[in-house]
Design a protein around this ligand. Structure first.
Ligand code: EPS
Length: 385
């Protein structure tokens, strides 16, 4: 087991979401405003549903931090669901059963497999936890990890690159600005963003939903995180797994990704050169910052594809698990497009895996010791051949 671990708990319309985070060294300064800023960014986005008007997600810290500094203890984070007030009867912990059961399961959702596997008669027992509401807890954990990474000189940012088939033009994007803006869709090509919004508007009219693709970028990671020596130590595998664990993600690419299967080696691998101080540099980064399962010192670039949300206002054909008849799938208040929210969750999951990898390599009880080893290591590997 690595040095870092976390768990989340909580249902979408339950009292709150909770996370327990263990393994961050003592002496890390934490700014709660930065955690709450990421929670607010996750709530943003054109095409979000009515729930986001109810919630103003804020993290409370219940343990592990004293005078804005970690002590090395497990950190408990809590985000209250304001909407719980409207669900106390239907989500009662010990009260009598109340309200209609959800039985018209949605294609593409956890509903059907969940009720069969867990032997439940009400798909609410499944959808409450399967809901992407849980990602608020992950974003809070990720934001804590970002505080750790920032202290180590590492930054994690993201951008939306495609929604419903409308793609950004890479030529219009200044990559150094990614992470600095505050666009509604977290998109850095304003022309493409306008067309994405029109596409979302059309989906709202059609009672449909849209997916898309986002990119997460890690800047400043030292080379040599992860390892080639064992399958589960390869950092590309861990990053891809973490990204795939986000609700609705169906594909992940690192660097040139699937294009690697189309072009010859001469057009894929990043050639190496030496500067005047015998330091290695590359002119391209098609490997996406990872070679041999290890960071190579370049920016880490991961893309993830999100499927359209399965709750459609023009529902698809499905089955009713109660009456055992063919029906239209159930409708619940939901989002039409949540790709920009998913990009913030992608940052969080990436920050979590990068933190794990940093602690695997430099793991220490106190930040001061960790930063000392990091400085020595960076000096050795970046000093030139
Ligand atoms: C979400 C909260 C949910 C949904 C969405 C994400 O709130 P509610 O179900 O009350 O509208 O808006 O969840 C889903 C899309 C899903 O499939 O469950 C959130 O906080 O991000």
């Amino acid at each position: 087991m690595g040095n870092f671990r976390f768990l989340t708990a909580g249902e979408s319309h339950g009292q709150c979401l909770t996370a327990i985070v263990e393994g961050l060294p003592a002496g890390l300064k934490v700014d709660i405003d930065r955690i709450n800023r990421d929670l607010a960014r996750r709530q943003q986005g054109y095409g979000r549903g009515g729930r986001m008007k109810i919630e103003t997600d804020k993290a409370e810290v219940l343990s592990g931090i004293r005078f804005a500094e970690t002590m090395g203890d497990p950190i408990t984070l809590r985000i209250v669901n304001k909407d719980w007030q409207n669900w106390t009867d239907r989500m009662s912990v010990f009260g009598d059963e109340y309200g209609d059961k959800v039985t018209a399961v949605r294609p593409g959702h956890a509903d059907l497999t969940g009720v069969l596997k867990y032997n439940r008669a009400d798909a609410r027992d499944i959808l409450e936890r399967a809901s992407a509401r849980e990602t608020a807890a992950r974003v809070a954990v990720g934001a804590l990890c970002k505080e750790f990474l920032k202290a180590c000189g590492i930054e994690v940012v993201s951008q939306v690159v495609k929604i419903g088939g409308i793609a950004v033009d890479e030529a219009n994007i200044d990559r150094s600005l990614i992470g600095s803006g505050n666009s509604e869709l977290n998109c850095y090509d304003s022309m493409a963003e306008e067309r994405m919004k029109e596409k979302i508007q059309q989906a709202i009219k059609d009672g449909d939903t849209l997916g898309g693709v986002f990119e997460v970028i890690v800047r400043g990671a030292p080379l040599g995180l992860g390892s080639h020596i064992q399958w589960d130590k390869r950092l590309d595998g861990r990053l891809a797994g973490a990204m795939m664990s986000i609700q609705a993600i169906k594909g992940v690419e690192i660097g040139a990704g699937f294009q690697c299967g189309e072009l010859p080696g001469s057009q894929i691998h990043d050639e190496m050169f030496l500067d005047s101080e015998k330091r290695v540099y590359r002119k391209t980064n098609r490997a996406g910052g990872l070679e041999g399962g290890m960071t190579n010192g370049e920016e880490i670039c991961i893309k993830a594809c999100m499927k359209p949300i399965p709750t459609l206002m023009q529902p698809l054909n499905s089955v009713d698990i109660g009456s055992k008849t063919e029906v239209s799938a159930c409708k619940e208040r939901s989002d039409v497009c949540a790709v920009s929210a998913a990009s913030v969750v992608g940052e969080a999951m990436t920050a979590i895996v990068m933190t794990e990898a940093m602690l695997d390599k430099f793991g220490c009880d106190a930040m001061v010791d960790l930063l000392h080893s990091l400085v020595c290591y960076r000096r050795r590997v970046q000093g030139g051949l």
